[in-house]
Design a protein around this ligand. Sequence first.
Ligand code: KE4
Length: 426
Amino acid sequence: MNTAQSEALFARAQSLIPGGVNSPVRAFRGVGGTPRFIARGEGSHIVDVDGNEYIDYVCSWGPLLFGHRPRAAIEALQSVLELGTSFGAPTAREIELAELITDAVPSIAMVRLVNSGTEACMSAIRVARGFTGRELVVKCEGCYHGHVDSLLVKAGSGIATLALPDTAGVPQCFAGTTITIPFNDLDRAEDAFREYGDRIAAFIVEPVAGNMGCIAPSPGYLEGLRDLTTKYGALLVFDEVMTGFRLSRGGAQQLYGVTPDLTTLGKIIGGGLPIAAYGGRADIMSQVAPAGPIYQAGTLSGNPLAVTAGIAMLKQIEAEPGLYAQLEQSTAQIAANVPEGIAVNWVGSMFTIFFQQGPVRNYDDARRSDREQFSRFFHFLLDRGVYLPPSQFEAAFVSSAHTAHDTGYTATAIAEFFSEQHAEAL
Ligand code: KE4
């Protein structure tokens, strides 16, 4: 496969942009090789600057539920471009998007639009602290809630100890406001609340994890977190930046029937434009400035272009009642072609093939995967025009634009990799 243009651009980019990319995972460090510089996308396909075409399972890391250039969003954007790009003043469209969100996600009585999932999670945590008057936050190892200083942490040494920084630049005093415990472990959650209960403002969790690879909640796990947070007076925050409008119109909370106090959203609500949101109970959200004492602001929050795209996305979801069944069927076809002995986790239209026997229920399990094999698998597929997320610890996404031919071709390529000529490589 000719990647000369991508190689040249990557070399040029690295002298101006850290690592040559504007977000680390794009640099292919998890799989090696040259990241593909993308020229254009249409439906389920992307084309790189060397003209190589791929079936895309990154889908901009989740926003593209209907594939690239979703018709409804593109047409809506073309018309709104005539009106302006940003006003720094309220617009009617923001109310329309708020109505679509609160209608789809009943636990969200009030919502604030922001510009990224990081901003949504950072703000939700501040609101939880302001509302409860408490300082500590519990998160799960392997769950990612954006590059929020106090959440870029790793577990401390003890059973329920305060966390340590997991990146340069985060002071211990920030990390020390966070407790990290394994995902899918209610006993450890109970330990944390027993130890710090009256100091815990919130438990933030990806209800279906996507940032250590795709990992579903164990039966009863989310319900257990709901009971624990209620018992100790902490807020339950579902980070649905990835799962919101992805797993159902009401997100993971609708799928599993568990109601959080606050929810963060992103990705799909912008259809690829920069927008995210946080929202929840009215008694909590009414504490956010200027209505209440908890400050949060943003120059481009509620940006007319992003909001227009978001309205088009959520309206199209409403217009396609069979959407989620179709997405699940497409994903099942891919998962079905992964042989025994290789763990494939999938929920709705998110999936991850873990190079290990499994089961994969938390980050420690995920880290037992053979990353060498994953890298070989990734490049085997990439060379055949199938573009998976360039990391063992990410979820792949299927869109409604993925055709039976796409998923059939992908399934064949996967089966080929695992055929005998590659089996000895495992
Ligand atoms: P952003 O700040 O990247 O918009 O959102 C952060 C975030 C928050 N919560 C969840 C559950 C998320 O998945 C994310 C971001 N997801 C990653 C993909 N694993 C974005 C890709 C990237 O970092 O480039």
